[in-house]
Ligand binder design. Structure first.
Ligand code: RB5
Length: 146
C-alpha cells in the first residue's frame, strides 16, 4: 500500500518522523512536501496529496499542519476525499471503520510525535466495515452534488 504524505511549514519535522514510521510499518510513502520550513500555503499541499488519493496513485493520505484544521478543511473540499482530523487513536480507527476516511490529518503543534505515530498505525491498520455505515457514507458523499 502506498501512502501520500504532506505538510506545511509548521509540520516539516513531524512529517519527516511520521514518514519514517510509516515506512517502518512496511508501507511505501510518497512525500509531497513541504521539505523546508519556508512558508507554504496548506491548501496547495492538501490538493496535491488528495489528488494522489483520488487518482489512485496513493491508497491513503496523511496531512500535517500546525493544528491539522486547515489541512482537513481544505482536503474535505475535494471530491472523493473523506479527511479526518485526529488527536486520539480511538477516533483514528473508528473513522476508518465507520466513515471510510481516506485521509488522516494531524496537528504538529497539538500532539506529540509518539501519539502521532500511534494514531497513524490505528488509522492505517483499521478497515472500513461498511454495512449500516455505508448508507451514511453514501448520504454524506451525495453532498458533493449540492
Ligand atoms: C500556519 O501557521 C498554520 O496556520 C497552519 O499550520 C495550520 O495550523 C492551519 O490550519
Amino acid at each position: 500500500m502506498k501512502i501520500g504524505i504532506g505538510c506545511d511549514h509548521a509540520g516539516v519535522k513531524f512529517k519527516e518522523q511520521i514518514k519514517d514510521y510509516v515506512k517502518s510499518l512496511g508501507y511505501e510513502v510518497e512525500d509531497f512536501g513541504a521539505y523546508t520550513t519556508d512558508r507554504v500555503d496548506y491548501p496547495d499541499i492538501a490538493k496535491t496529496v488528495c489528488e494522489s488519493v483520488t487518482s489512485g496513485a496513493c491508497e491513503k493520505g496523511i496531512l500535517i499542519c500546525g493544528t491539522g484544521i486547515g489541512m482537513s478543511m481544505a482536503a474535505n473540499k475535494m471530491r472523493g476525499i473523506r479527511a479526518a482530523l485526529c488527536s486520539d487513536t480511538y477516533s483514528a480507527h473508528i473513522t476508518r471503520e465507520h466513515n471510510d476516511a481516506n485521509v488522516l490529518a494531524m496537528g504538529a503543534r497539538v500532539i506529540g510525535i509518539d501519539l502521532g505515530c500511534d494514531i497513524v498505525k490505528s488509522f492505517l491498520t483499521a478497515e472500513y466495515v461498511g454495512g449500516r455505515h455505508a448508507v451514511r457514507v453514501e448520504k454524506m458523499m451525495a453532498f458533493e452534488e449540492l
